[in-house]
Design a protein around this ligand. Structure first.
Ligand code: ADP
Ligand code: ASP
Ligand code: MG
Length: 417
């Protein structure tokens, strides 16, 4: 086999394989790529809605279910689609075969429900591709050190695809979804969102980590580390089969591949956080450690933090935790009361975190002040602020999500013409 045969990983998300018609359409897309002379490995998600249903079953039976059994249940969605797509491909005369995580094997750690990939043995897959077969890999799943099925966290098929592309030394990892690329913000809430031809790994990583669900954060992290070329594109429109030089979607690339760098690349929002305020704590050295240490010990991730101190020797701590961790966070904080002696604990889960991201922030001042002014003009109160080198985030009331994202999108000059 000539070493110049391009090798592509094609990943299809839940809406792309939502029913048999969609699976037939995906099979056609794969066929085009095979007929264009590529070696192709496919990664599939579960049919849309299926993972949510399976997660719901586990939660309804027991709020404290065994995570190993959760993985045994929720990983089945991808098993179904990998088999169905293999059948649809075979119907088109393509030699296709389904692969589950343990069959590859794709090895992970033992963190059931949010496992990390440790290694992928690409040999069997490469041999099958060399023999003219199209492997159809069940995304989102692997095999843990305990020999049991693991899953990679919600949205994890993106990470399966990127990891596979790295292991197979693929020329590109194409992530097919229900939008035709990466936009300046979620095109479902801002109709003027603009499609980006290219975005840097760094910006995409930051956008994903603050809520842009188009790629799972770990997939971007891995792509950046392994230098995998990732393209996001639509499985719904029938454009020509993508070929290098003319890519229909958005490419995630190194900074030096971007000609004109905007100040702000994009805006993301996350409704996954809740606000916690611990009021009237004694303002003494060690009080922050007394609050946050036990939360960390209980595996509760804390994101944004503000501390405001009065003249009365008392201080308030306000911070955010994942909504899924809120109940646990409250229990932990209540258990620290004997040492922290706070007067009041308040929580609010009707909040949204809005973030603006751009590597241009390193060299441009004023990004944060534009954000605050724009929100003030709309009478939107900022509750918590946090910043990093290429990001500014604010926490606001969730009812203002769309209004705030649209106003900021316009303020940073991101609107499509
Ligand atoms: P899949 O099921 O294919 O994995 P996801 O729902 O996980 O698809 O991701 C695609 C969705 O991501 C889009 O439908 C869109 O609403 C959302 N999204 C959020 N931010 C962005 C963005 N900046 N660009 C494109 N899509 C975005
Ligand atoms: N089916 C899994 C989920 O819904 C993984 C994925 O689609 O990426 O989270
Ligand atoms: Mg996804």
């Amino acid at each position: 086999m000539s070493p110049t045969v391009p090798r592509i990983v094609m990943k299809f998300g839940g809406t792309s394989v939502a029913d048999l018609d969609r699976i037939r359409a995906v099979a056609e897309k794969v066929r085009k790529q095979v007929e264009a002379g590529c070696e192709v490995a496919v990664v599939v998600s579960a049919m849309s809605g299926v993972t949510n249903r399976l997660v719901g079953y586990c939660r309804d039976l027991s709020a404290t279910h065994d995570e190993r059994e959760y993985d045994a249940v929720v990983s089945t969605g991808e098993q179904v689609t990998s088999g169905l797509l293999a059948i649809a491909l075979q119907k088109l005369g393509i030699n296709a075969r389904s692969w589950l995580g343990w069959q590859i094997p794709l090895r992970t750690d033992n963190a059931h429900g949010k496992a990390r990939i440790e290694s992928i043995d690409g040999i069997a897959l490469i041999e099958s591709m060399r023999a003219g077969q199209v492997p159809v890999v069940a995304g989102f799943q692997g095999i843990g050190e305990d020999g049991r099925i693991t899953t990679l966290g919600r949205g994890g098929s993106d990470t399966s695809a990127v990891a596979l592309a790295a292991a197979l030394k693929a020329d590109r990892c194409d992530i097919y979804t229900d939008v035709d690329g990466i936009y300046t913000t979620d095109p479902r809430i801002v109709t003027k969102a603009r499609k980006l031809d290219r975005i840097t790994y760094e910006e995409m990583l930051e956008l994903a980590s603050v809520g842009a669900k188009v790629l799972q954060t770990r997939s971007v992290e891995l792509a950046m580390k392994e230098r995998v070329r990732v393209q996001v594109l639509s499985s719904f429109n029938d454009g020509p089969a993508p070929s290098e030089g003319h890519l229909p979607g958005s490419l995630v690339v190194d900074e030096d591949e971007i000609v004109e760098q905007e100040q702000v690349a994009g805006i993301a929002y996350s409704r996954d956080e809740a606000k916690v305020s611990v009021r009237q704590l004694p303002d003494r050295p060690g009080i922050a450690a007394a609050v946050f240490g036990p939360l960390a010990d209980a595996n509760v991730n804390v994101d944004m933090i503000v501390q405001s101190t009065g003249d009365d020797g008392m201080t308030n701590m306000t911070f955010t935790v994942g909504k899924a961790d809120l109940a646990r966070a409250i229990a932990v904080l209540e258990s620290t009361h004997a040492t922290t002696r706070y007067a009041e604990l308040q929580t609010d889960d009707s909040v949204v975190k809005i973030s603006v991201v751009g590597v241009g922030m390193r060299s441009h001042a004023g990004v944060a002040s534009t954000m605050f002014r724009t929100l003030a003009e709309r009478n939107i109160n900022v509750q918590v602020i946090s910043t990093s080198e290429i990001k500014v985030s604010v926490l606001i009331a969730s009812e203002y999500t769309e209004l705030a994202v649209r106003a900021l999108h316009t303020a940073y000059g991101l609107d499509a013409a």
